[in-house]
Write a protein that binds this ligand. Sequence first.
Ligand SMILES: [Zn+2]
Length: 106
Amino acid sequence: MTPTRVEIVPARRRGVTGYVNVGRGWRLGNPFVVGDPLNAADCVTAYRLMLSLSPDVQAEARKLLDREWPDGVIRLGCPCNGVEKGQPCHATVIKEYLEAEIARRG
Ligand SMILES: [Zn+2]
């Protein structure tokens, strides 16, 4: 089904399935690591800037729009602590990008 919404779910948790893992190690993972000098919010800001400047990362994200998703919901699985705490993380940035693309495509 053509995706109409995007959700973020905790990755690698028992019973949570049907998501694409946006953790580290591939193009949609966040290369920025929390620790001096970057805090969690800085890493989200840095990822947002990277996504906005990188056609390759944008293209990888847009590939998700062409997959078949049950219920039309793209599920981004992120293994970071932010998801567990309900705080924004780089998956939030991907979600916002995809939602804008969905709206643009109508
Ligand atoms: Zn995350």
